[in-house]
Design a protein around this ligand. Structure first.
Ligand code: SF4
Length: 957
């Protein structure tokens, strides 16, 4: 006994599964990168006789420093899952989609079928091929494939995930959370987390929060539910879903009213002092500009070079940029002025002050449920901590106008926000309000505040224009722009002359002009309707569109199998590539078996979403540590193979030969610009150049020798203030991260949004939205942030459906992959609907009982648990645990299909609109409004079946 106790504290494991006879000779440890969630921790994979034995965290990895979570260690069970697909499958002739009635076929045949079909489409009308992907990490390759193919119909999952967070922040401060930036908890004193449960940035954030709390930092969590990170917050502020914007507006009001704003920062580094035209006409609401044509055309987001400010020192109007705020000039933030020609103008900040004036804490209390006194106190705490507990770091830097600063100012208030804020139809303007709040406190790229990660910050608007002209779609021709980008004005929308969307998901149309991540959640419905045209082939990669990745699951399952009058499917050919037999696989005509993350090469690329740190760029890779199971092939290899067979130019030599043998070869030798490739480390013939350099044939080996990660620490003078840091801006341009080395002036006021609003108001001569969308565009493209109720509220009787219903990712699982993982199923095999005890009592539902949860759009039977850790107007559950019976090779009647349930059945994908139904999405970005659904709960009747409803037998839809 005594011996066992001592062994508990020993460094040696109690049971080492890799030990045994000749242990050392038979053991091997390989490093790679985890993919049990999107966080991308470094891991060590322990093998014996080449067989996977266990996985632990890699102590040398910069992201997780050895930490591993339950999901990460359970990767071994992904390898052993009975749900693995192991060979290509073809739907049997005459069988129904959804029945999962397949015949196994050889890869050669599968590739031949697909390549022949795609070649015909490409030679006739490339847009009839659509490629949409789920939570993958290879968008640099998939988007290149789509562009080279010549189809605009490409996107990943961002439109139904968190595009509001990305676009709302990028259009305001030039960067966003997670891969693109995050809270500097090493120097913060106050940390405010909003709408975040378990997160993409899981282990690194947990490590940072632990250190932060040990240093005495104060952590406030604002969330309808107190789980995950909120459970260890010093204070939980319960808020009603979809109301975060009202809170941010009230905080802005309090900070401005009490002069707790960083005025020097606002004057120098934001467009707050820039003068906005008040007079009616086509320049109304745009920034006034000087008339010198050499300084660029009148402003939109891409041309910030000629704005004006009112100088309080000289009492004259002077240029705001590129001279910037010269010493001795004191730009006004308030007041009203007139230009020499009499045009009335006002500083943008004055408009913000007027906008928030009515947003009192009392107003916000009625919306958010947070007491006005608490909002006031929080505003004061934010302002006092950011400005009166500020300090300077002894780090000298030079600003974009050449002025040397001997120190770097810290603003020790850090925010973090995610999907809880974003996944609402009012999410874009809510995120804008948060970004403006962070900006008035001066926290952008400041020590202790929000910090960017390379290649961010981007220009506002980023210099990536999406495809936007029908003339670009031509047979056998690549698109001359990427399918996704960042529009800066109506001319950059992907619409035809009559305003019709050019993409199957209606991205970059008047329905969702700034849909930088596409609208994957609209694809099946639009393709079924033939709106705006019919597809031939839809390829879905690891996206569970027949189940948890879709709104209105019942309807989408029916649509996937819908046939026209001739008995042909409305979506003629459906290809699904996945590692597992998900619900969606059952609907495929052709199934391609993918590998797991332990069986293939992967790249977390600077061209996509690298793992950069605050102090410099970083990227990482996965290398195969075990051979593929059965006949599984990495999807990347399949794309390179298809691209080679189709002779897509980037994959073909001048002599018409295949250029790359496989994905690993492609990664090393492909260059997006001279010297710029998928990987930044060990470039050049000798592997001694970083970031930019000729291809290095030994690059994979170099990464494998270096724990699969490359991390370059930049000099301290480039660590902060990068929106305006001359040294960094020049460096970023030189390394190919940005096309220009311009400053990234923060957009308190967005003239980009105003260009769309002017079009909707009929005040400009160019493109205008169709009549039924004019009011919607004019309202939501407000150049200043505002709060409005989620769109769904207009169609739902709140008295009948008094509760908000939301989902969260459980800490032990990520998406639908993990609720079939043998180890993780032992943690949760089903989910509950959590409700406050007072809500359950009022509805007459006992703790632990079956109940009905019902929205205007559908109803689901589920198990209810009461919880004090949820605000009383909200019910919630874990997402993606409920499964269709028989899917994922789970035994018939498995808990996941009987007790687990899917909230998606209650969510609509469309809302009524004047000119016909519109997507249930944010009108600016197209972000799916998952968390806007309103519900009520009721007890089950006596004798009802103790199982979730609806149920789906295989073959039913
Ligand atoms: S946080 Fe995500 S990436 Fe990191 S170990 Fe856990 S599952 Fe893997």
């Amino acid at each position: 006994m005594r011996h066992a106790v001592f062994r508990l504290f020993a460094r040696e494991p109690l049971h080492d599964p890799t030990r045994g006879p000749d242990a050392d000779a038979r053991r091997e440890v390989k490093t790679t990168t985890c993919y049990m969630c999107a966080c991308r921790c470094g891991i060590r994979v322990h093998l014996r006789d080449g067989e996977l034995r266990y996985i632990d965290g890699n102590p040398n990895h910069p992201l997780n420093r050895g930490v591993i979570c339950a999901k990460g260690s359970a990767g071994i069970m992904k390898q052993r899952s009975p749900a693995r697909l192991t060979q290509p499958l073809l739907r049997k002739a005459g069988s129904e989609r959804g029945a999962g009635d397949f015949e196994p076929i050889a890869w050669d045949r599968a590739l031949e079928i697909l390549a022949t079909r795609l070649a015909k489409i490409r030679a006739s009308d490339p847009k009839k091929f659509a490629l949409f992907t789920g939570r993958d990490q290879m968008q640099a390759l998939t988007s290149l494939f789509a562009r080279q193919f010549g189809t605009p119909n490409y996107a990943a999952h961002g439109g139904f995930c968190s595009v509001n967070m990305a676009a709302g922040m990028i259009y305001t401060i030039g960067g966003s959370f997670w891969e693109f930036g995050g809270p500097d908890l090493a120097r913060a004193k106050l940390f405010v987390m909003v709408g975040t449960a378990e997160d993409h940035h899981s282990n690194p954030l947990k490590i940072a929060i632990a250190d932060f709390k040990r240093r005495g930092g104060r952590f406030v969590s604002i969330n309808p539910v107190r789980t995950g990170y909120s459970a260890i917050a010093d204070e939980w502020i319960a808020i009603r879903p979809g109301t975060d914007g009202a809170l941010f507006m009230a905080l802005l009001r309090e900070l401005i009213a009490n002069d707790l704003v960083d005025r020097a920062f606002l004057k120098r580094f934001t467009n707050a002092p820039q003068l906005v035209v008040l007079d009616a006409g086509e320049r109304e609401g745009m920034f006034a500009h000087d008339r010198d044509p050499a300084r660029g055309p009148p402003g939109d987001g891409r041309h910030p070079h000629n704005k004006l400010v009112f100088d309080l020192a000289s009492r004259t109007i002077v240029a705001a940029y590129p001279e910037g705020v010269a010493d001795g000039v004191d730009p006004a933030l308030e007041g009203r002025y007139a230009l020499a020609d009499g045009t009335r103008v006002v500083p943008a900040f004055e408009l913000l002050r007027e906008r928030v004036a009515a947003c009192t804490p009392e107003w916000a209390e009625t919306i958010t449920g947070i007491a006005a006194s608490r909002i006031r106190a929080l505003a004061r705490e934010l302002g006092v901590t950011a400005l009166r507990e500020a300090f300077e770091l002894p780090i000298a830097w030079t600003d974009a106008w050449g002025k040397r600063h001997p120190t770097t100012p810290a603003r020790p208030v850090a925010f973090h926000a995610m999907r809880g804020v974003a996944a609402h139809s009012n999410g874009f303007q809510t995120v804008r309000a948060l970004a403006v709040l962070m900006s008035v406190l001066g926290t952008i790229d400041a020590p202790g505040g929000f910090r960017h990660k390379a290649p961010y910050p981007r220009h506002i608007v980023p210099n990536f224009r999406a495809f936007n002209s029908p003339a670009m779609i031509r047979p056998d021709t690549p698109l001359n722009a990427a399918p996704l980008g960042f529009p800066a004005n109506p001319d950059e929308l992907a619409i035809g002359d009559d305003g019709t969307p050019m993409r199957i998901d209606h991205a970059f149309s008047w329905e969702a002009p700034l849909s930088a991540h596409g609208l994957m959640h609209t694809v099946v419905r639009n393709a079924t309707r033939g709106d705006p045209y019919r597809l031939d082939t839809l390829l879905l990669f690891m996206a569970n569109m027949a189940w948890n990745s879709t709104m209105n699951t019942v309807a989408v399952r029916e649509m996937l199998n819908r046939k026209n009058a001739d008995g042909q499917h409305e979506i003629p050919f459906l290809v699904v590539c996945d590692a597992f037999r998900s619900e969606t696989v059952e609907f495929a005509d052709l199934v391609l078996p993918d590998t797991t993350y332990l069986e293939r090469h992967d790249v977390m690329s600077i061209l996509d979403r690298p793992i950069s740190e605050f102090d410099g760029p970083a990227d990482s890779v996965r290398v195969p540590v075990v051979p593929p199971l059965g006949e599984c092939r990495p999807f990347q290899d399949v794309l390179v193979e298809l691209a080679s067979r189709l002779k897509l130019p980037a994959f073909t030599t001048a002599a018409g030969e295949r250029k790359f043998s496989d994905y690993a070869d492609f990664v090393v030798r492909y260059e997006s610009a001279p010297g710029v490739g998928f990987l930044m480390g060990w470039r050049g013939a000798n592997g001694d150049e970083h970031l930019r350099g000729a291809p290095n044939p030994d690059q994979w080996q170099k990464y494998a020798e270096n724990d699969c990660v490359f991390h370059l620490r930049l000099p301290e003078s480039m660590h902060y203030m990068r929106n305006w840091n001359r040294e960094y801006l020049d460096y970023a341009k030189d390394k190919g991260w940005r096309q220009k080395n311009d400053v990234v002036q923060i957009c308190i006021y967005s003239d980009t949004l105003q260009t769309f609003r002017l079009a909707a108001q009929g005040k400009t001569a160019g493109r205008r939205p169709p009549p039924h969308l004019r009011e919607r565009i004019a309202t939501h493209f407000d150049p200043l942030p505002f709060w409005s109720p989620p769109l769904e509220d207009a169609f739902v009787d709140r008295a009948r459906y008094p509760l908000a219903a939301i989902t969260q990712r459980p800490m032990a699982m990520y998406h639908s992959w993990d609720s079939q993982n043998a180890w993780l199923r032992q943690i949760h095999s089903h989910n509950y609907l959590f409700a406050h005890p007072s809500v359950a009592r009022a509805a007459g539902v006992d703790d632990g009982a079956w109940c009905w949860v019902e929205s205007r759009w559908g109803r689901v039977r589920c198990l209810l648990r009461t919880s004090e850790a949820v605000e009383p107007g909200t019910v919630w559950t874990w997402n993606a645990i409920g499964k269709a019976d028989g899917a994922w090779q789970l035994a018939p009647g498995a808990d996941e299909a009987r007790k687990g349930f899917l909230l998606n059945h209650l969510i609509t994908d469309e809302l009524p609109g004047e000119g016909g139904a519109v997507s249930n999405s944010d009108p600016v970005t197209g972000q799916a409004g998952w968390y806007d659904v309103r519900v009520r709960i009721a007890p089950c009747s006596a004798g009802e079946e103790a199982a979730t409803s609806p149920q789906f037998a295989r073959g039913a839809h």
